[in-house]
Ligand binder design. Structure first.
Ligand SMILES: Cc1cc2nc3c(=O)[nH]c(=O)nc-3n(C[C@H](O)[C@H](O)[C@H](O)COP(=O)(O)O)c2cc1C
Length: 196
């Protein structure tokens, strides 16, 4: 089981180019990708054509960007998410992506993108709490979608000054806590893939 091949979808809930959350998930993904058998798929929401969810639109023509998002999430064994805290909660971009991905297509099982898969949560904010409050809401939503959201989570405070020029977290303790989320996620995903 220790090197069972797994694929992890990397998602940042921020669309902006200099996103601190994208930096954080990318830094942690760089660590876990060193492990044998771990493949990462960085899904950049700003590169997908994802309109605001609208049931009329869904019924008229399911958007190509949403289909691509669903395909890539279905191909993954779990997610690692960097979730910006907007007003104490989830960003609109991340919620919108989750809403599209939750919509069933005729050839699918219910909640096929999510059900039974592991998920690790990270947040980054210039603030003192690092976006931790928002993760409560993200956890609740993904649990509703039947994901196994691991208990380990990490919110990087003062994130605007936390990274070095190579994109690594400068503080050793913070780096270890962030990487612990990634390492624990890999173990959980492998455990979930075991036949029982
Ligand atoms: C609409 C909005 C609401 C925000 N609310 C919070 C908040 O509740 N807590 C917090 O720590 N930061 C808040 N921020 C600041 C974000 O944490 C900051 O902009 C952060 O850099 C966003 O993540 P990103 O760098 O990945 O884009 C908010 C920012 C915006 C645009």
């Amino acid at each position: 089981m220790s090197d069972t091949p797994i694929k992890i979808a990397l998602l940042s809930g921020s669309l902006r180019g200099e996103s601190l959350n994208t930096k954080l998930v990318t830094a942690v993904a760089g660590e876990i990708e060193r492990q044998d058998g771990v493949e990462i798929d960085l899904i950049s929401l700003n590169k997908l054509d994802l309109p605001i969810y609208d049931q009329d639109l869904e019924e008229k023509e399911f958007p190509a960007g949403a289909l691509e998002l669903k395909r890539r999430l279905k191909e993954s064994d779990g997610f690692l998410i960097g979730s910006p805290e907007y007003n104490g909660s989830i960003s609109g971009a991340l919620k919108n992506a989750i809403d599209w991905a939750s919509r069933p297509r005729p050839d699918e099982e219910p909640l096929e993108c999510f059900k039974g898969k592991g998920c690790g949560l990270l947040a980054a904010s210039p603030g003192a709490i690092g976006g931790l409050r928002g993760l409560r809401h993200v956890r609740q939503i993904l649990t509703q979608l039947q994901m196994v959201v691991i208990p380990q989570e990490f919110a990087l405070s003062k994130a605007h000054e936390a990274f070095d020029d190579a994109g690594q977290i400068k503080d050793e303790n913070a780096r270890a806590m962030a990487n612990n989320v990634g390492g624990s996620l890999v173990k959980m995903i492998r455990a979930l893939k075991c036949d029982v």
